[in-house]
Structure formats: C-alpha cells, structure tokens
Design a protein around this ligand. Structure first.
Ligand code: ATP
Ligand code: MG
Ligand code: FE
Length: 332
C-alpha cells in the first residue's frame, strides 16, 4: 500500500510517499525558515502564500523522487489540524482536489499523530507505549494501547517546550527558530545557573515552562540592568538542563507507572541533543526500549503524515468531501 502524505500545518510545505506505513519512498520538505527569520517567527499570511506557491512543486517532486505515478497511489493522507488555519487550508484543499480528480480515498490526519508515527520508521510499535511529544505547540505524554488510540495523561499548562526554547532564544538575540541555536550553545556552556523546575503536584504528569522562561528572562534583564555581562552559553546550558530534567523524570515515571513496552519521543524538540542524551542514559538503565526518530523526521515532514494515515487506511476509515482545516483539532 502506497500513501501520499501532505503536510502544510505551519512553515514547512511537505509531500512524501510511504509504503505500508514503514518505508519512506520519497520525502520532500520545502522549508520557509528564511522568509520568516527576519520577523523572528512564523507570519501566518506569508506561510499561506508560500504553501500555495510550493505545494504543486513539492508533490510533483515526491512522485519524481519515488519514481512512481498516480496509478501506484492507494490513498492521500493530509494534515487537517492542528496548526495555522490558512496554512492547513492549502494542504487540505490540494489533497481534496487531487483525491477527487484521481479518484483516491482521502484521509485526514492529526499533526501530532503524525509526529508520533515518525517513530514507526525506526521500529514496529509495541503496546502499550508511552509517547513524549515535545514540539513547537505541544508538550504531552500520551499512552497508546493500540494503533490510532491516544490517551492524554499529561500536558503543558502554559508554554510548550519548543515555544519556551524559541522565546528564550529571542531574549538571547538568537535567530529563529531558536531551539537548534540554544541546543548548539548549550554544548559550550556550563550548567552554572540554577533555574527553577516545575514539578507540579506529586502525581501529576503535566508540565509548565512559563516560570522557567520568566526566570531566564529576569536573569538576563537584571544582569544587563546592573551592567553585568553574562555568558550566553551558560544561560543556554542551564535553561536546557532545567527543561531536560523535568521531561526526562516525568517520562521515566510515567513509563514505570503504566508499565509500557516502549517509549517513543516525537516533535521538533526531540531533535535536541541534550534531551536525546538524557533520555537515552535514563532508559538504558531500564529494560524499556526507547525510540527517537532521526533529526529530519523529528521536525515537520509529510512522511510521518503518510505513516499515520496508513494506520487509518488499514482501519477502513476515510474522510468525506467535507474534510476541513481544523486549527484546534483534538487528538482523539
Ligand atoms: P506542533 O507540532 O506542536 O504543531 P510545530 O509543528 O511548529 O508545532 P515542530 O516542527 O514539531 O513544531 O518543532 C519545531 C519546534 O522544535 C520549534 O520550537 C524549534 O525551536 C524546536 N526545535 C527544533 N530543533 C530543536 C533542537 N535541536 N533543540 C530544541 N528545540 C528544537
Ligand atoms: Mg516548522
Ligand atoms: Fe509539528
């Protein structure tokens, strides 16, 4: 079974062809980072316009690289939400138009289900599994008992992890997106500043990063008011340590409590070297296998959308012609 995946929820225009939900045949991502950089973040109107310009080219390239034609395609999977509505609409309408013209089944996919299924290119899932989702808009712990089933056991009460990275990066005058920049600086710094860690209630798997973010901003602000210099590398390393400590500890605790067969990590922040190392160290002490996708599959792409769409396809579920962009779509 070959699925064409389409993803336009934020600032990447992406198309991919995936075989049986596990083999990437082609994976094309047109990033818009350069267009948004000078604004310090994603500008929704600019994102939509770029998607319109790129979508046809990206889909054609996915076919060329795969050396396949429309006859080979069994279904079209597209991100229906969550994300920027004007950005989602481009992918959804492209998918609907193509599904209608080529007479292919249409499958709407939740963007975070996509991030989760990026791990299935690594290894077959074993249930129950625990997914740590850390992206630009989400920080969640999700329990899966079977394919396509998602139970939220914890989530952020304020900022997402990626959002905290991007905001801290901005006060450090680092270019957008800030996550990879802080990751890089952190490797050269020392964890010398003791920033807060929000553990919340004893039995809670929720997260909170806004206090940490404020603490970093205050530290920088106070230092510059007093005319003191501070070391950006140390701020980056200390901030990252605080984020990684909480993510690692809560993931470990949840994995033990729910007695899971696998732990998987998903979303853009899963590309973070500090987080990858900490999770690998923690889970290497256990018998629970840990899966983390390669860097290019952590951030937004369409291969993951096709992989999640394959599961829906296998379950016999199809979307209708009323499929629409849903910026606040829930996982389940
Ligand atoms: P969502 O998936 O929640 O809708 P999104 O699609 O915008 O949001 P992703 O593409 O999954 O988010 O991830 C982008 C985020 O990941 C950004 O916040 C970015 O700073 C962060 N990020 C990417 N690489 C790294 C890294 N190496 N370290 C930390 N953060 C990173
Ligand atoms: Mg992005
Ligand atoms: Fe994403």
């Amino acid at each position: 079974v070959y699925i064409l995946g389409i993803e336009t929820s934020c600032d990447e225009t992406a198309a991919a062809i995936v075989k049986n939900g596990t083999d990437i045949i082609s994976n094309v991502v047109a990033s818009q980072i350069d267009s948004h950089k000078r604004f310090g973040g994603v500008v929704p109107e600019i994102a939509s316009r770029h998607h319109v310009e790129q979508i046809t080219i990206v889909i054609e390239e996915a076919f060329q690289k795969a050396n396949l034609s429309w006859d080979d395609i069994d279904a079209i999977a597209v991100t229906e939400g969550p994300g920027l509505v004007g950005a989602l609409l481009v992918g959804v309408n492209a998918a609907k138009g193509l599904a209608f013209a080529k007479q292919k089944p249409l499958i709407g996919v939740h963007h975070i289900a996509g991030h989760i299924y990026a791990n299935r290119f690594e290894r077959e899932f074993e249930f129950p599994l625990l997914a740590l989702i850390v992206s630009g808009g989400h920080t969640e712990l999700v329990l899966m008992d079977e394919h396509g089933s998602y139970e939220l056991i914890g989530e952020t009460r304020d900022d997402a992890a990626g959002e905290a990275y991007d905001k801290v990066a901005r006060v450090l005058d680092l270019p957008y997106p800030g996550g990879p920049q802080i990751d890089h600086l952190a490797r050269e710094g020392e964890e010398s500043i003791n920033f807060p860690r929000a553990w919340l209630e004893e039995d809670s798997f929720d997260f909170s990063f806004s206090g940490l973010k404020s603490s970093v901003i205050n530290t920088i602000h106070n230092a510059s008011q007093r005319g003191e210099t501070f070391n950006k590398e140390d701020v980056a390393a200390s901030f990252q340590k605080s984020v990684v400590d909480v993510l690692t500890a809560k993931t470990y605790k949840a994995a033990a409590q729910y007695n899971v067969e696998q732990v998987i990590v998903a979303g853009g922040v899963a590309a973070n070297q500090g987080l990858r190392q900490a999770l690998e160290a923690k889970f290497s002490e256990t018998t629970i296998p840990l899966l983390i996708p390669p860097l290019n599959l952590c951030t937004d792409n369409a291969a993951m959308i096709a992989a999640a769409g394959f599961v829906t396809y296998q379950q016999g579920k199809r979307s209708g012609w009323d499929l629409n962009a849903n910026p606040s779509l829930m996982l389940n």
